[in-house]
Structures are given as structure tokens and as C-alpha cells.
Design a protein around this ligand. Structure first.
Ligand code: PLP
Length: 450
């Protein structure tokens, strides 16, 4: 492998003081320009000045093995010498191998896999399969706090097209183009349930609301219910097992399909599929994010009894058959299995949760800690009794942590939920580093508040 390349050398020669000029040529789809990173290794990133950061976002939750994994690099390098991009209807062994491997890991009857390029495209493919299979259906039920992407269609199913943030967010520029496709039903957000002291009541309430909607709240048949088993972007909200099983029952009762959007739960929840963990067999599962070990790759898995796509162009994407992404995904699965990374994910996730529960006792502003595998959400409140969201504290902690070398994520519109979702390879000493910077940033933020 070459160590020096004239193209790479010319890129590396760009100086930090020249960035302002370069920024003019880049348009972002969301957010603002931030730290410019030069390299990464494992859970760490380094900026142009060499400052070190621990990355608890896995860059859009898309790197199970962290940055610059050497084994993935070797596999990809070798594959690149043989075959890379292929058109969708050209076959190749990596695609066969990955499809078979995923089917073996998924619930029993989900055995056909379609690859695509992004999560949004996967969710849309799942919706098309549902429409094909539920005759005459043109509607979908989705959940409050759900997030399924920002394509014109999936954005309409995501919180970004609602007034949940108190204002209409940027997606409002496009709301209304896709009309009447989705009907939202309430999600079982147990921490914010005020109906009674019993969380089971919240689950019943939400299932009843979904049942009422399917029965008398929709004009015409529903093709499917789309849900993330753990609502990540909307606030790191795990949906209870009984609720998810209840959704399965509702779909059976009303003849519509259950679509699990597992873009974020796949592996990170400490099991390959949340569907397995919660013992629910959906009709379709969508995966993506870390699936390609950092290469763009997403997929849907569909139930054996469903009709798939036909040969006449129902779902064509130029880049949906990339052998490099496919071998990266396979190598990553080999490593996850070899290194027992799912058990590790659960163990380290539990370790984080235990330490954060201790911090919660010390800092009443931590209203709730929610954890499943390495899906960790910390919800800040002004007062644990009233649970009024503290919209400022979370943001301040996030900014101060960044200065201290810790990259935290934030969840959706509430701005009061911070996320710790590092690569699954994070070690206990690294977790301790994260926790210690997090506490230092929290103390500094609280001192600022006074
Ligand atoms: C649950 C879920 N579904 C779908 C998507 C959309 O995926 P993509 O950004 O790859 O289109 C995301 C992205 O954050 C997601 O979290």
C-alpha cells in the first residue's frame, strides 16, 4: 500500500487559515461547519491542529468499529483491486454473501434482502413493498418522536415535519408536498407519561390510540405501521417490549405490515436486531448507518410471504450494489462475532448506565438516563419533580465537552437530551474518560448557569 499520494498530499497541504475560503464552496444540508478533522483512530478523532477528541457520536452513529479500522482497510483494499461498483442487476459474490449472512441473523422469516444507498431509500423501499402487498392501501401510521430520514417522503414521517420543536423546523420548506401519507399516533415515552403512576397504563393508552386510529382515524386501508424500536433522533426513547408486541398484534388484526426501522438499533442495541431482542417478528426491517462499516450501505429484509420488487424498475438506485461496501459489512460482522462485540456492547452500556445513575443522584438536573446497549440518552430537566426540559443546559454541556475533547450527540428537537453512542469497541478506561469529561463539562455548565 502506498504511503504517499500526490492528490492526498495536495489536500493535506490546505492550511487551517485557508478554510474560510474553502467553506464558500460547500453547502450543508443541515447544521453548520464545525471542527475540521484530519484523522481518526478507534474512538478518537484529531483536528487539523492535532487536538484529540473522543467521539461519542460514531459520526452519525455510523461506525461500530471506530475510525480507521485496520482490518476493514485491508479487506477493502484487497476488494478494490478486484471489483468495486456494479450496477444493480449485475451480480457479485459479496452481495450474495452479505444477503445470506443478514438473513441468517434476522428473525426467522425475513430472508430476502434488498440493498440500497441510504436509510431514507431503505425506508421508502419498505413502504413500496408494503403498498405492493396490502392491496389498495396508500396510508402509513407512524409515531410521534419518530425519525425516518429527510427525503420528501420519509421527512414527512419524521418529527422534523411537525411543530414538535415549538417552531416548524427547516423541513417545513417541504412539508405539504407529500400530503396525507402518514398519520401519527402517540409513542410510549414512559418518562414523560403523566396519565398515572403506572407505566403499563402508558403502553395501554398508546396501543389503544393506535387501534382507534386504524379502526376509525384513517380514510382507506393502511399499508403499514413504521416504528423505530428505540426512537433515537427523537430523544433516545426505548419503546417497551409489550408495546412493540402490541403493534405486531394490531398489524395482524388490521391486515397491515409492521415495518421496524432498525437503522440505529442494529447491533448498537446489543443484539443484531431489536426484533430479536424484543421477540417481535416484523414484516420488514430497515437497516443502514453502521451496516457498511463507514461505507454508504443500507438494506431492507422482507418476510418470506411478501411479494418483492419485480423486474420492471420498481426500485432502482445507481449505487445500490457496491462490492466494497458489501465486503466491509461482511468483515465488520466477522469482527463483531469474533470479538464478542455485542456482549461487550451490553456490558459497557450497562457500565455507563451504572455510572450515570450515580451522577443522577449527585446532579438533580439529570432527570432520566436511558440505556439499551450503547444507545445512551441523558435527559436534562430544570427540576426532577416538574420534569420541565432544560433546553439550555444540554447545549452548554455539549459545547463545553467539545472544548474539553469529548464529542457528544444531541437528540432531536428537545435540545435537552444528550447522547453517548460511541463505537462499540469502546473500552472501560475510555468509558471512564468519557464520564469524567462529561462530569467536568456538566459542573462547568452548572457553574455558568449560576
Ligand atoms: C431511524 C432512522 N431511520 C432512517 C434514517 C435515515 O437514514 P439516512 O440518513 O441514511 O437517509 C435515520 C438517520 O438518522 C435514522 O436514524
Amino acid at each position: 500500500m502506498r504511503n504517499s499520494d500526490s492528490t492526498l498530499d495536495s489536500i493535506r497541504a490546505i492550511r487551517p487559515d485557508q478554510l474560510e475560503d474553502y467553506k464558500k464552496y460547500t453547502m450543508l444540508g443541515s447544521g453548520q461547519h464545525g471542527v475540521c478533522f484530519a484523522k481518526g483512530k478507534g474512538v478518537r478523532l484529531y483536528d487539523l491542529q492535532g487536538k484529540e477528541y473522543i467521539d461519542c457520536t460514531s459520526q452519525g452513529w455510523a461506525l461500530f468499529l471506530g475510525h480507521a479500522n485496520e482490518e476493514i482497510r485491508q479487506t477493502v483494499y484487497e476488494q478494490m483491486g478486484e471489483l468495486g461498483h456494479l450496477n444493480q442487476n449485475s451480480d457479485c459474490l459479496p452481495r450474495y454473501a452479505l444477503a445470506k449472512r443478514l438473513a441468517a441473523l434476522a428473525p426467522e422469516h425475513l430472508n430476502r434482502v434488498l440493498f440500497t444507498v441510504s436509510g431514507s431509500a431503505a425506508v421508502e423501499a419498505a413502504m413500496k413493498i408494503a403498498v405492493k402487498n396490502v392491496k389498495g392501501a396508500r396510508k402509513f401510521v407512524c409515531l410521534t418522536d419518530g425519525y425516518h430520514g429527510t427525503s420528501l417522503t420519509t421527512g414527512a414521517a419524521s418529527w422534523i415535519s411537525t411543530k414538535a420543536a415549538g417552531i416548524y423546523t427547516g423541513f417545513n420548506s417541504f412539508s405539504g408536498i407529500i400530503n396525507d401519507l402518514f398519520i401519527r399516533v402517540p409513542n410510549p415515552y414512559l418518562y414523560r407519561w403523566t396519565g398515572s403512576d403506572n407505566p403499563e397504563d402508558c403502553i395501554d393508552y398508546c396501543l389503544n390510540a393506535a387501534r382507534d386510529t386504524l379502526r376509525s382515524g384513517v380514510s382507506g386501508p393502511v399499508a403499514g405501521i413504521i416504528a423505530e424500536p428505540l426512537q433515537a433522533s427523537g430523544g433516545q426513547i426505548p419503546l417497551p417490549k409489550r408495546y412493540l408486541q402490541g403493534l405486531r398484534q394490531l398489524c395482524d388484526d388490521f391486515g397491515c405490515l409492521l415495518i421496524f426501522d432498525e437503522l440505529q438499533t442494529f447491533c448498537r442495541i446489543g443484539d443484531y436486531f431489536a426484533a430479536n431482542k424484543y421477540e417481535v417478528e416484523p414484516d420488514i426491517i430497515c437497516i443502514g448507518k453502521s451496516l457498511g462499516a463507514g461505507f454508504p450501505l443500507a438494506a431492507i429484509l422482507i418476510h418470506d410471504r411478501l411479494e418483492g420488487f419485480g423486474p420492471l424498475g420498481e426500485d432502482i438506485h445507481t449505487f445500490s450494489n457496491n462490492a466494497i461496501a458489501q465486503v466491509a459489512a461482511l468483515k465488520q460482522l466477522d469482527i463483531i462475532e469474533r470479538d464478542n462485540l455485542l456482549a461487550h456492547t451490553n456490558a459497557i452500556g450497562d457500565y455507563f448506565a451504572g455510572k450515570l445513575a450515580a451522577l443522577q443522584l449527585k446532579y438533580p438536573c439529570i432527570g432520566d438516563v436511558r440505556q439499551a446497549g450503547l444507545h445512551i440518552g441523558i435527559e436534562f430537566v430544570e427540576d426532577p419533580a416538574t420534569k420541565v426540559p432544560d433546553m439550555v443546559l444540554g447545549q452548554t454541556v455539549k459545547q463545553l465537552a467539545l472544548h474539553m475533547g469529548l464529542i457528544l450527540g444531541e437528540a432531536g428537537y428537545r435540545l435537552n437530551v444528550l447522547k453517548i453512542k460511541p463505537p462499540l469497541i469502546i473500552t472501560q478506561p475510555e468509558a471512564d474518560e468519557v464520564l469524567s469529561i462529561f462530569e467536568a463539562a456538566l459542573q462547568a455548565a452548572l457553574a455558568k448557569k449560576q
